[in-house]
Write a protein that binds this ligand. Structure first.
Ligand code: TZP
Ligand code: MG
Length: 231
């Protein structure tokens, strides 16, 4: 599974009057690569019905549906995967229940957790939270850009950065080593979620292009032979 691009994480409190289904559809039309359904205050029955409905919206676009926290809900609706935190079901058990093909993301909030995750075959690590955010106020620490660089250097896993990310800081988050950017309010609260997603996606692509071309310049400027004179 290629973890890349814009990752929408839903939050019904951030919808500013829009419907969840509309926001998800617009984000996908704008190029969102993954959608995580995150519900903290609904009944299990409601969560399952909603997940079934969202799965139908995502299917034609082949965008994976990830369920936050709840392995049982993911199994019930045959979602593509789950995102779990350090207090949720232990990763090995989630993997055992969901099988080898499932996308399983694990949140990491400390370097010890990053180190411990090296022994796990997680699909990605959710580096949480990069910046302080009003959307989630119980995060114990903020990695910042330097912290994210450290995680990149330590981890073999694809990294999904989350927390306070928007169009003004997305480029530096990608430069620091994130493979994907997960956002709630930048898409959910946007007046036009499709445009907001397209904008983030463009920033990611352009930043990757610039980083790649700088790397190529570096390699050619350190080539031992002048251009066209290789033996
Ligand atoms: N996990 C860590 S921060 C966060 C979650 C779910 C919320 C991110 O919200 P926003 O609005 O993108 O800052
Ligand atoms: Mg959780």
């Amino acid at each position: 599974m290629n973890i890349t691009g814009v990752y929408l994480v839903t939050d019904r409190a951030s919808l500013s009057g829009k419907s969840l289904d509309d926001v998800i559809l617009l984000a996908v039309k704008g190029g969102a690569a993954m959608v995580q359904l995150r519900e903290k205050d609904v009944s299990t029955r409601f969560f399952i019905e909603e997940a079934r409905r969202i799965k139908k919206i995502l299917n034609p676009y082949s965008v994976p549906l990830i369920i936050n926290d709840r392995v049982d809900v993911a199994l019930a609706v045959r979602a593509d995967g789950v995102h779990i935190g350090q207090e949720d079901m232990p990763y090995p058990l989630a993997r055992k229940l969901l099988g080898p093909e499932a996308i399983i993301g694990l949140s990491v909030e400390t370097l010890e957790q990053v180190k411990a995750a090296e022994d796990l075959d997680t699909t990605y690590l959710g580096v949480s939270a990069i910046f302080a955010t009003p959307t989630k106020t119980d995060t114990c620490h903020h990695w910042g850009i330097e912290g994210l660089r450290k995680v990149r250097a330590m981890s073999r896993h694809p990294l999904v950065a989350i927390g306070g990310i928007n169009a003004s800081n997305a480029a530096e988050v990608i430069q620091a080593g994130a493979d994907s950017i997960a956002v709630v309010s930048t898409i959910c609260s946007a007046p036009d979620p499709q445009k907001a997603t397209e904008h983030l996606r463009r920033i990611i692509l352009e930043t990757r292009r610039e980083t790649r071309s700088r790397a190529t310049d570096f390699v050619s400027s350190h080539h031992p032979y002048p251009k066209g004179k290789t033996p």
